[in-house]
Write a protein that binds this ligand. Structure first.
Ligand code: DQA
Length: 145
């Protein structure tokens, strides 16, 4: 594992992409998005590793593990944990990982409870509101870090 590795972490309910509220999140599945990220990563000389969990502590564990393995950049769509998880905020602060926050939708244009982002308090960048392309733009930015 090296600095040229990008870890893509997706949080709760993102395993349901494709069928989950397609009017908000589109029709692509998470597997579709991950395949595009891996392919583009190869073009950029990046090893892209993708994981998804519905469990907050698992995401925390994966951030710790990423630090130990020397992962260069993490693309993190923490789903609803974005707006609730001080544990994820602390994990990013504790590991000092370079995390780019990613969202398919633009949470700031949605319900007020989505306007607060704990992840955003420690992330180095944020890409949102572009649908699946949010991940692709985030990967391009990761390549520049
Ligand atoms: C999301 C936005 C969050 O508010 C929501 O809870 C999600 C998905 C997005 O990608 O737009 O699960 O992170």
């Amino acid at each position: 594992m090296t600095q040229r590795t990008v870890l893509v972490l997706n949080g709760p309910n993102l395993n349901l992409l494709g069928t989950r509220q397609p009017e908000i999140y589109g029709h692509d599945t998470l597997a579709d998005i991950e395949a595009r990220l891996v392919a583009r990563g190869a073009e950029l000389g990046l090893s892209v590793e993708c994981r998804q969990s519905n469990h907050e502590g698992v995401l925390v564990d994966w951030l710790h593990d990423a630090k130990l393995r020397g992962v260069g950049v993490v693309l993190l769509n923490a789903g609803a944990y974005t707006h609730t998880s001080i544990a994820l905020l602390d994990a990013i602060l504790s590991t000092q990982l370079k995390v780019i926050e990613v969202h398919l939708s633009d949470p700031e244009k949605r319900e007020p409870f989505r306007h607060l982002s704990y992840v955003g308090m420690a992330a180095v960048d944020c890409v949102k509101g572009l649908g699946p392309d949010s991940y692709m733009v985030a990967l391009e930015r990761a390549a520049q870090l």
